[in-house]
Design a protein around this ligand. Structure first.
Ligand SMILES: [Zn+2]
Length: 78
């Protein structure tokens, strides 16, 4: 398991996500930002909008995705 924070994933806070793969933490971040949107959390809305745009334009977002994958790979195991 590795830990990646909201901030490392391009978000505004230090909430830690744990997962076996980069997809786990990216999905956890997606859920986290969705919950923030439901709660009307304005501080996290820009990050949420960015994440939504990534799903809408997957090809354009490939660079970000690769970066996150690499960042995850470079992290030490917990
Ligand atoms: Zn956050």
């Amino acid at each position: 398991m590795k830990t990646m924070t909201c901030r490392q994933l391009g978000g505004p806070c230090d909430l830690a996500h744990r997962g076996e793969t980069h997809d786990d933490v990216i999905n956890a971040q997606d859920q986290h930002l969705k919950a923030a949107e439901r709660d009307g959390d304005a501080a996290r809305q820009p990050a949420r909008d960015e994440m939504k745009a990534r799903w809408r334009h997957p090809r354009r977002s490939l660079g970000w995705y690769r970066e996150m994958k690499q960042a995850f790979a470079d992290l030490p195991e917990d």
